[in-house]
Design a binder for this molecule. Sequence first.
Ligand SMILES: C[S@@+](CC[C@H](N)C(=O)[O-])C[C@H]1O[C@@H](n2cnc3c(N)ncnc32)[C@H](O)[C@@H]1O
Length: 356
Amino acid sequence: MEATAVLASSSPSPAFPPSSRRKLHPSISSQNLSFLVRSANLRSHHASSRPLRVYGSAVTLDPETKRQQRNSEEADYFACPICYEPLIRKGPGGFNVPAIYRSGFKCQKCDKTFTSKDVFLDLTVTSGMKEYNEIKPVRTELFRSPLVSFLYERGWRQNFNRSGFPGPEEEFNMAQQYFEPVAGGLLVDVSCGSGLFSRKFAKSGSYSAVIALDFSENMLRQCYEFSKQDESLSNTNFALVRADVSRLPFASCSVDAVHAGAALHCWPSPSNAVAEISRILRSGGVFVGTTFLSTRLNSPFSDGVLRPLRQFVGQTNSSYNYFTEKEIEDLCKSCGLINYSCKIQQAFIMFSAQKP
Ligand SMILES: C[S@@+](CC[C@H](N)C(=O)[O-])C[C@H]1O[C@@H](n2cnc3c(N)ncnc32)[C@H](O)[C@@H]1O
């Protein structure tokens, strides 16, 4: 199905020099690619784009030390959600669900440890807290329910088609086009839900690693169940992380691609969220999001002169936050992103913007 491009303020023009774009040769299989991408990117691209911390004091690099050093490099993906310092990882090497599950992560600055719960690594600020409990707005809490998480990929998401969402396959292909300039890099699927798109990104072999991130423990459990059934995911660099989009556990300028499918309208503070996404993207990094546009059907003050009245209704109304296309563009630009472009079909919008 073709999405109608009603606005393309500028097509996604990469800020990358052509030499740094990783076009994939058709003869490269996804398994080979995983290996190539791991060796080429984990060691050169990421090593050059941010400082690598090697913890340990070995002088001679025997095989065991080399293995530990490699583990330390992999740990560098995650940062403390409180101070954004890289977390130190202790545990088996490898960037995959079981290896991360068995690892412990620690922020030396905050003296806080982060461990895995069930199958995902909990990198929320509240991770490990015993007494303190925080309730988010209904649009966030709803998706923490086991029932909604179970139903999400089993019917709930299909309903979005009625509002103009083209469906997972087409949405994935559209996003992949926007992400072309950052192929080979690290992709974070923020608010991944049950991992509908995270799994597709991971299987595509287009990225050095894919992190499926959500605030809902039950969505992450569903994501684990789905990925367990898919053997082709076992050889990919894939991790499940619980985090709040307003406090992303990554160092500034460390991520190549951020995807956020059908999520903007669910976030407690879309402006804090997009600011966070902008912070973690490295120069040239690409953000792609989809959401429902504000329409007369979903919002009494969808646009025009009545739009400003929405804030008074919003105070008593806990439903989703729908925006106009202009508001989304303004939001991206205000958070320092450039090259904004979008595709719209009925109430569906896919937008993209880039870190300068
Ligand atoms: C409608 S689902 C979208 C799932 C998937 N990305 C898709 O395209 O179908 C919205 C997701 O946003 C997540 N979410 C809501 N508030 C969040 C927050 N503060 N931080 C991270 N994720 C959040 C929910 O848990 C839910 O999984």
